[in-house]
Design a protein around this ligand. Structure first.
Ligand code: GDP
Ligand code: MN
Length: 390
């Protein structure tokens, strides 16, 4: 799960990570009030959307205007920036051409920047350890730095038995060329960030840029935090930060019905039970030259209603030209799936046509049993439907 920059900064602040003072606003007046409370002299007005590249992004209704992050000098200018951002659609490298409507903005005190750096933390799946990464190339996308100048990325891998130790942080700080009091400030920052990461079950923390101020302090000018969905049950306060406006409507609807749905770019919809079978079904589609339109795992205990919702979700995607239903009858009754599909097709009155074929794992067993003259076992009756032969 993703949260907004201002929410990430509030969480990090609680752990002692240095962030500028600021306040969130949903209206122009609220923005002015926040600015007055900060007191100036300078202010930064920042669009809050779940996408990066806001500084270089442009508003759809004013492509030659200013970006989604603005440095201004007066409360009146805060008002003006707020008016141009709130309710307007910001297009950045990460939003795609459709952009995202700005519904909240963050007003921060300005700060005097001496250097812009990068600091990130994530789980490195190769070493199975948390890795903190730093780079002198602040403000640039780390993927670009990794592709073009990988030697500029410094990494420390953290042994979970010891946790992050001061020397890990000092190695990064010296690698970044920090001096004197900057080193102590950076070490404090990094250790606090590690603590926040582990205690909050984050999956990514990215500070880009991390700045050294003219006064030698290390501070997070931007903050991105992602959380491990599987651990959200133990962080209700974080789960409450979810901003449903920022989520894909189909994925949001799916999560409300305990369906695992992820929209993809292809044309063949997939309705599958079991994440492993769903993955291999997508592989098979690709192997034969197709492109899956989605990942969808309806789970083992889906009801007819849930199947209907799942099918409708697949159909909300206009790119879908056909649907492959691949259901393992061993954990799910195929007639429940079939009835769900029929109900969804009736309700949505599709002009697109779909062919569905159901094959159950027990089908062959049944045929074998018949050949052997063995009747249907109760377990078989519970789990399987005989496919209509046509
Ligand atoms: P992003 O474009 O979505 O990554 O948004 P950022 O929060 O990273 O802001 C973009 C850029 O604006 C940063 O890289 C900084 O150069 C600049 N910026 C942000 N906050 C301040 C600030 O308080 N003072 C100054 N001078 N520049 C800032
Ligand atoms: Mn940034």
């Amino acid at each position: 799960m993703n949260i907004h920059e201002y929410q990430a900064k509030q969480l990090l602040d609680k752990y002692g990570v240095a962030v500028p003072r600021g306040g969130v606003a949903h209206s122009v007046d609220e923005a002015a009030t926040q600015a007055q409370e900060l007191g100036g002299p300078g202010y930064v007005v920042k669009s809050q959307i779940h996408a990066g590249g806001r500084g270089a992004g442009r508003f759809k209704d004013n492509p030659d205007g200013k970006g989604g992050v603005r440095i201004v000098k007066s409360v009146e200018e805060v008002r003006e920036a707020a008016r141009e951002m709130l309710g307007h659609v910001l297009v950045t490298k990460q939003t795609g051409p459709a952009g995202k409507e700005v519904k909240r903005i963050y007003i921060e005190e300005g700060c005097d920047i001496a250097r812009e750096l990068y600091l990130g933390m994530l789980l490195d799946r190769e070493t199975s350890r948390l890795t903190m990464m730093a780079s002198t190339e602040g403000g640039m996308e780390i993927e670009e730095v990794a592709a073009e100048t990988p030697e500029k990325i410094l990494k420390v891998s953290i042994d979970p038995a010891t946790g992050m130790l001061p020397y890990h942080a000092r190695n990064l700080a010296f690698g970044l060329g920090l001096e004197d009091k900057q080193v102590g400030s950076a070490v404090k920052f990094m250790l606090a960030m590690y603590k926040a990461f582990t205690e909050l079950d984050a999956s990514i923390i990215e500070i880009n840029p991390l700045v050294i101020t003219a006064g030698g302090e290390v501070m997070a000018l931007d903050a991105k935090m992602n959380f491990d969905d599987n651990a959200l049950y133990r962080h209700k306060d974080i789960a409450d930060l979810r901003d449903e406006d920022e989520e894909d409507p189909a994925e949001l609807e799916a999560s409300k019905h305990e369906l695992n749905y992820i929209k993809l770019d292809g044309s063949i919809g997939c309705m599958v039970n079991g994440a492993g079978l769903a993955m291999s079904t997508m592989d098979i589609i690709k192997l034969y030259g197709g492109e899956p339109a989605n990942f969808l795992d309806v789970g083992g205990g889906a009801t007819q209603e849930r199947v209907t919702i799942a099918f409708k979700l697949i159909l909300t995607d206009p790119n879908v030209e056909g649907i492959l239903v691949n259901i393992f009858g061993g954990i799910m009754r195929c007639d429940v799936i079939a009835e769900g599909v029929v109900a969804a097709a009736r309700e949505t009155r599709q002009d697109r046509q779909f062919a569905a074929s159901f094959r159950t794992a027990c089908e062959r067993q049944y045929n074998n049993d018949s050949l052997l003259g063995v009747g249907r076992s109760p377990a078989w009756q519970r789990n399987c439907v005989v496919p209509e032969r046509s």
